[in-house]
Design a protein around this ligand. Structure first.
Ligand code: FES
Ligand code: MG
Length: 583
């Protein structure tokens, strides 16, 4: 047996020595640790090198992570090739369709678990493997708080399917076909048939939904290897990215390139720019607020809106455009977008490659003609995808994904048709006697961070069946909830403060007039301040509470959408605001 010398336990943070629980005898602790890892079949030779942790977020409940075994194998290969010791370990996995009451409810739990397991176990760097919507933000939040060198590996998007000659993919087409079925345009047989085609492989949703948005954001933040966002889950390129990620993790460990050197205010500014230019999911803004909050950086919604004025949507992907992630990948993926956006980016920020973003952009591949990433002078939408609204209905702000909204509805005044909560909506939305007209505004309360709880993606209110049957495809809809990044429509989301804590939304009544003006950035309830104050006196709101468990922690500590729906005690004190530039 190799002698354990004093010197060895003083090597510093590299290797198995990290975080030894000594209780007065560090050498004995290391002796025990080595004995146990040898029990797993390792020799001394394997131990004398940087330890690279790898989060295993595979789960039978998570087909978006269905390539996890192959990814881990490839990461391990990369780590070994570069002279490190790969150590994978499980953490929570969250899938959009299988998490009750909503995946967002569990995101902070996953971030806490990721942070604590990174801190608890000896490792010099961490490879975070995530893909499905909430997993990448949870991992970046956790790693940001843990503070060690970290690199993100994306599981990759799913392939597209084919239905009766038409190309389809989750989940924009899931919604489109379901809407057709609700409207009676397609029959039972066809809806069953298309169901077989919407998710034709493992991997994340194939449009610019939240998963793809967060993949692009992770790369824009400098947290992935170049080109790491877009290769589909089942491709060889995805496995080579995994191998490269493992290799790079060892380099990060050797260089002690900790995550705080990557996740800087300038990097968050780049990520916000990319969020706008991708026509990305509105959830991206919430997640970015949470990740930034862990680094003491707040997102200034008004400055973000101003940034949108000078940031066109360039990526022609559903739901704002027409293509899918595999087309974006074939068009060169994020390096193509970043090269196009170069005049608008902070180029001197450091990435996990050890190079600056500017160097990465210049070094990456040749350019070639392609149709998915548009040029700055021929965008698919002239402004950024997301606009920020304010007004007496949302003093803390609200947002609308203007690139996925119907132009004719973006300046609209209408009569409120109010649903008190998600159950009320489910009970009445398809009632043939519901008093609703196409020009009305649908309002849903109590689906905010505390209201539902977890701020579910219920903000995409269905068009009432009787109107859908008349051919109505879009209406103005307002809530304090979120919507799926794969959804589309004239939908106002994240109304802050939420109704469950007594925000003005709580006091909207059937028949009130509401005015939406995206041009003037306004969302207004057309009643007087006195009337609004009187209503809140007459109907004071009882905030939801729980007596035990994670639900209690959640309801006691969760903050509002503009702060990222994180727990108060997990955010760092705010020291900077982004974006700084006003255009
Ligand atoms: Fe996992 Fe869409 S359900 S990415
Ligand atoms: Mg989603």
């Amino acid at each position: 047996m190799t002698k354990l010398t004093k010197n060895e336990s003083q090597i510093g943070p590299i290797g198995l020595n990290k975080g030894l629980t000594s209780y007065g005898d560090q050498e004995f602790s290391l002796f025990l640790r080595k004995a146990f890892i040898k029990g797993a079949g390792f020799s001394d030779k394997a131990l004398d090198r940087p330890v690279i942790g790898i989060t295993n977020t595979g789960s039978s409940y998570n087909p978006c992570h269905g390539n996890m075994p192959q990814l881990i194998e490839a990461v391990k290969r990369g780590v070994l090739m570069a002279g490190g010791l790969p150590m994978d370990f499980p953490t929570i996995s969250i899938h959009e369709s299988f998490a009750n009451p909503t995946s967002m409810y569990l995101r902070n739990l996953m971030s806490m678990e990721t942070e604590e397991m990174i801190k608890a176990q000896p490792m010099d760097a961490i490879v975070l493997i995530g893909g499905c919507d909430k997993t990448v933000p949870a991992q970046l939040m956790g790693a940001a708080s843990a503070g060690i060198p970290a690199i993100q590996l994306i599981t990759g998007s799913m392939l597209t399917g084919s239905h009766r000659g038409e190309r389809v993919g989750a989940c924009t087409d899931c919604r489109r076909y379901w809407a057709k079925f609700r409207a009676g345009e397609i029959d039972q047989e066809e809806i069953v048939e298309v169901n077989e085609q919407l998710v034709p492989s493992v991997g994340t949703c194939s449009v610019m939904g939240t998963a793809s948005t967060m993949a692009c954001i992770a790369e824009a933040l400098g947290m992935t290897v170049p080109g790491g966002a877009s290769p589909p889950a089942v491709t060889a390129q995805r496995m080579r990215i995994a191998e490269q990620t493992g290799e790079q993790a060892v380099q990060l460990a050797k260089d002690r390139l900790t995550i705080d050197k990557i996740l800087t205010p300038a990097a968050f500014e780049n990520a916000l720019r990319v969020l706008l230019a991708t026509g990305g999911s509105t959830n991206g803004l919430v997640h970015l607020s949470a990740i930034a909050g862990r680094m003491g950086v707040a997102i200034d919604l008004d400055a973000f809106h101003a940034m949108g004025q000078s940031t066109p949507v360039l990526i022609d992907l559903k739901p704002s455009g027409q293509h899918y992630m595999e087309d974006f990948d074939a068009a060169g993926g994020m390096p193509t977008l970043l090269r196009t956006l170069k005049p608008l980016l902070n180029l001197d920020v450091l990435t996990v490659t050890g190079q600056t973003l500017g160097q990465v952009i210049d070094a990456y591949g040749p350019t070639y003609p392609q149709e998915v990433v548009k040029s700055l002078d021929k965008p698919i939408y002239p402004q950024g995808g997301i606009a920020v609204l304010r007004g007496n209905l949302a003093p803390g702000g609200a947002i609308i994904k203007q690139s996925a909204a119907q132009a004719s509805l973006m300046e609209h005044t209408g009569r409120a048709v109010v649903f008190e909560n998600a159950q009320d909506l489910a009970n009445r939305i398809d009632d043939p006697d519901l008093d609703v007209q196409p020009e009305d505004i649908l309002v849903l309360k109590n689906i905010g961070p505390k209201g539902a709880p977890g701020m579910p993606e219920a903000g995409y209110l269905p068009i009432p069946k009787k109107l859908a049957k008349q051919g109505v495809k879009d209406m103005v809809r307002i809530s304090d909830g979120r919507m799926s990044g794969t959804a589309f429509g004239t939908i106002v989301l994240h109304v802050t403060p939420e109704s469950a804590i007594g925000g003005p939304l709580a006091h909207v009544q059937n028949g009130d007039q509401i005015r939406l003006s995206v041009k003037n950035r306004l969302i207004e309830l057309l009643i007087s301040d006195q009337e609004l104050a009187q209503r809140s006196l007459n109907n004071p709101v009882q905030e939801p509470k729980a007596t035990r468990g994670y639900l209690k922690l959640f309801l006691d500590e969760v903050n509002q959408a503009d702060q990222g729906v994180d727990f108060n005690f997990l955010s760092a004190p705010i020291t900077e605001k982004v974006p700084k530039k006003k255009n």
